[in-house]
Design a protein around this ligand. Structure first.
Ligand code: AMP
Length: 544
């Protein structure tokens, strides 16, 4: 027997429709690329996202077609979040920090039909365009500024495009399991892989974010979004702020300490989200300028994820800012939020030091996600806070396959996804990451693939073998150290090798240091022993 309740599909468009009705005057404040502040409301965002939907329909974008964006956090990007997904197409947010070859691979693999880009990315897209096989038109997210003009590309302009269409539009009642957005993640091996979110997974994840035991977003919040909208949909926070009618502060490309502080102060942000590197830079700025955030800011909580949060960050936010650090863990494949470090009743009696120890854990699962740990043979390990093993996850907003693969392809027989992280889980359910099975180097919340870096080094005629490892860095969390064995009878200097690498990898991938050694440690089967290398260089320190 079926229940007799109404059955409305869980759709991304329902979020902006609700905000337009229930929170029409709540503000979205954006810093434009020119540095001006732009203000609009959720009612404006809804109207303009409907124009986007009408424009895409007129361009022949059909349900399921991919529409790419190459853009910072701003109101037009938010309009595309709702306009593209809402009309049934798939929003593909592309990370502009990737190396051009990866960008071309990703855009071609996703088969993006249109690419919306911030004006600052016109030169990048001019270079990429000859390699792009599916993009029919490039839309600059601006009016018609002279500086965005291209000599080689015939560009369209966002404002002209949407001005030509009405905001009279009914959001289609799509299947809630239809794809809504697509995000690529780079692992250690092979090409980047696409994670394809559905309307249903997105709305359920959005509800989680708003829960009091998660980010607790409400209509009285002003949320500063310092996590980029091209990285796992800015952790889903644009959807969550829209769901509850929170004021949204979008910093554009200005993620430096001075700009973020100014935005927090001028707009009285109550919550802010970003990777530890962003917060380290903010804290450094506050320190060097001798500012008094406790008096000037209204910050109550800081949402941190993407990498483990250093103890000093937690302490400084509490002491200097009066802000509580909410530590969360997740990955592109988990939408991303899968754990949040919120206390239990018994923790209310903890001392300040004990509380900070707890906050440094990645947290516990909300309803909708389950975790377990397993050893190399797949045997499930105890949740005793001691045993550490491969972290497995499953839930309503966890991927079942990468884009282009069979559904279920990345799950084990019981439906668990192996995260590649190594973790402990304590008897209260608090998970703590202890290591990474994958050897990627995490620089400021972005991946540097150690294998790609090594391959680029080995391309040099004088290099016999190379190994890249991540070492702790005071600002970027980790930066690469490249350990190189020269070919006998050949010579290459550090500078020559750096020049060689800079033609092959993105600038921010370049190793902070190159060390030449006689040989590298190997296992019996010839695999590099990165653990041994890390041990060898564990005293090595990079300066800020
Ligand atoms: P991405 O898919 O780029 O978001 O990266 C996901 C990976 O980042 C995870 O598998 C972890 O290795 C790492 N990560 C994310 N959040 C945290 C955290 N709070 N602490 C430690 N590592 C984290």
């Amino acid at each position: 027997m079926h229940g007799l309740m109404q059955n409305h599909p869980l759709l991304v468009s329902s979020l902006i429709e609700h905000a337009g009705n229930a929170h029409p005057h709540a503000e979205v404040v954006s810093r434009t690329l020119e540095g001006r502040m732009h203000r609009c409301t959720y009612a404006d965002i809804e109207r303009r996202s409907k124009r986007v939907a009408n424009a895409l329909t007129a361009l022949g974008v059909s349900p399921g077609a991919r529409v790419g964006t190459l853009a910072w956090n701003g109101y037009r990007h938010l309009e595309l979040f709702f306009g593209v997904s809402g009309m049934g197409a798939v929003l593909h947010t592309v990370n502009p920090r990737l190396f051009p070859e990866q960008l071309a691979y990703i855009i071609n693999h996703a088969e993006d039909r249109y690419l919306f880009l911030d004006a600052c990315f016109v030169p990048l897209v001019e270079k990429l365009a000859p390699q792009l096989t599916t993009v029919k038109a490039f839309v600059v997210m601006a009016g018609r500024p002279v500086e965005a003009a291209s000599t080689t590309l015939d560009l369209c302009y966002y404002e002209e495009l949407i001005a030509a269409h009405s905001d009279d539009y009914r959001w289609p009642q799509l299947d809630e399991n239809a794809a809504s957005s697509l995000c690529y993640t780079s692992g250690t091996t092979g090409n980047p892989k696409g994670v394809l979110y559905s309307h249903r997974s997105t709305v359920l994840h959005t509800m989680l974010l708003c829960m009091a035991d998660a980010f607790a977003l409400t209509a009285v919040d002003s949320v500063l979004l310092a996590s980029p909208m091209f990285h796992v949909n800015a952790w889903g926070i644009p959807y969550a702020a829209t769901m509850v009618g929170a004021r949204l502060l979008l910093p554009g490309a200005a993620l430096d300490g001075a700009s973020l502080y100014q935005l927090m102060r001028d707009e009285q942000a109550t919550a802010a989200a970003g990777v530890p590197t962003v917060w380290l830079m903010l804290q450094q700025y506050v320190h060097t300028q001798s500012l008094r955030p406790l008096e000037e800011l209204a910050l109550r909580r800081i949402i941190v994820g993407g990498a483990a949060v250093p103890r000093a960050v937690v302490e400084t936010f509490e002491r200097l800012f009066g802000a509580h650090v909410l530590h969360a863990w997740g990955m592109t494949e988990t939408s991303p939020v899968a754990t949040v470090c919120r206390p239990l009743r018994k923790h209310l009696e903890y001392s300040a030091a004990e509380r900070i120890d707890l906050q440094r854990k990645q947290g516990r699962v909300p309803y909708g996600v389950a975790l377990r740990i397993a050893d190399e043979s797949g045997a499930v390990l105890a949740h005793d806070g001691v045993a550490s093993g491969r972290l497995l996850v499953r839930g309503h907003w966890v991927a079942s396959a990468y884009y282009g693969d069979e559904a279920g392809a990345i799950l084990d027989a019981d439906g668990w996804f192996d995260t590649g992280d190594i973790a402990t889980i304590d008897p209260d359910g608090y998970m703590q990451i202890t290591d990474r099975a994958k050897d990627v180097i995490k620089s400021g919340g972005e991946w540097i693939s150690s294998i790609d870096l090594e391959n680029a080094a080995v391309d040099h005629p004088a290099v016999a073998e190379a190994a890249a490892i991540g070492l702790p860095h005071p600002v970027w969390q980790e930066r690469p150290l490249l350990v190189v064995v020269r070919k006998t009878g050949h010579d290459v200097t550090k500078d020559e090798l750096l020049a060689h690498l800079s033609e092959r990898v993105a600038k921010w991938w370049l190793p902070n240091e190159i060390v030449f050694v006689a040989e590298l440690p190997h296992t019996a089967t010839g695999k590099l022993q990165k653990m041994v290398l890390r041990e060898m260089f564990k005293q090595h320190r990079f300066d800020a």
